[in-house]
Design a protein around this ligand. Structure first.
Ligand code: SF4
Length: 206
C-alpha cells in the first residue's frame, strides 16, 4: 500500500541523514531497524519537523533504514554489473500536464524525456545516466518494473518511494539483479523530488 500521508524530507538535517547511513551499515534485521527508527524519530523529532504522526514518521524512517541497508548489502554485486538501467518515477517531472513534452511509449512503458526544461530533475537525471551508459526509463508506476527488468539487465538504479524499494527487493532477488536505490525525499502524485547528488554518486559506481 502506498503511504496514506505525504512527507517532505528534503530539509532534514545532515546529522539525521548521516546517522541514517551509519545505522544502515550495521543493522539489517527488520525488528532492529524498526527499533532504531523509533529512536531516531524521537531523537530528531522527525514527526514534528515533517508535521506527521509519530507512527507515520517511524514507518518512513524504518523504510529508509531498510533501503540504505539493502544498498549496503547489494553494493558489491552492483559493482560487478555490466548492463545497467536507471528507473525514474514520472511524478518527478517538472510538469505533469502537457507542458511536459515527453513522449509516452506504452509498449515499454516509459516516458521519453524531450529535455524541454533545463531545471527538470528528470531531465538532469536522464542526461547524467545516459552519459554513463545507462538505459533510462521514466515509468508511470512500480507495476512496470518486472517487465522492464526482464530486458536483460543485471544492474538497476531505482528512484522511488522508500516503501516501493522495500517491496522491489524480492523481485530483484528473484530476477538475480543487483540494485541500488535513491529514495524520493518528497512523496505524492506530483512534484516529488530526490537528491541528484546521491543519484550521481550511485550512477558513477564503477
Ligand atoms: S524536461 Fe523532460 S520530463 Fe521534464 S518536463 Fe520536459 S520533457 Fe518532461
Amino acid at each position: 500500500m502506498p503511504y496514506p500521508f505525504t512527507f517532505d524530507l528534503s530539509n532534514l538535517s545532515r546529522p539525521f541523514l548521516e546517522e541514517l547511513k551509519r545505522l544502515a551499515r550495521k543493522l539489517s534485521r527488520p525488528e532492529v531497524l524498526i527499533k532504531a527508527a523509533k529512536s531516531m524519530v524521537r531523537k530528531f523529532r522527525i514527526d514534528q519537523k515533517l508535521g506527521i504522526k509519530p507512527s507515520e514518521a517511524e514507518r518512513v524512517v524504518s523504510d529508509l533504514l531498510h533501503l540504505y541497508s539493502v544498498n549496503e548489502r547489494l553494493r558489491d554485486s552492483f559493482h560487478l554489473s555490466k548492463h545497467r538501467v536507471l528507473v525514474l518515477p514520472h511524478c518527478a517531472r517538472k510538469y505533469m500536464d502537457n507542458r511536459c513534452k515527453a513522449l509516452f511509449d506504452p509498449s515499454i512503458p516509459t516516458y521519453i524525456c524531450a529535455s524541454c526544461s533545463e531545471d527538470c530533475l528528470i531531465n538532469a537525471a536522464c542526461s547524467l545516466a545516459k552519459a554513463l551508459g545507462y538505459d533510462v526509463y521514466v515509468v508511470p508506476g512500480g507495476s512496470c518494473l518486472r517487465k522492464l527488468l526482464s530486458r536483460g539487465y543485471d544492474g538497476v538504479v531505482g528512484v522511488a518511494c522508500p516503501e516501493e524499494v522495500v517491496r522491489a527487493e524480492s523481485l530483484l532477488a528473484e530476477l538475480g539483479i543487483a540494485g541500488q536505490a535513491v529514495p524520493l525525499l518528497r512523496n505524492g502524485c506530483a512534484n516529488t523530488c530526490f537528491s541528484l547528488d546521491l543519484l550521481k554518486e550511485i550512477l558513477a559506481t564503477p
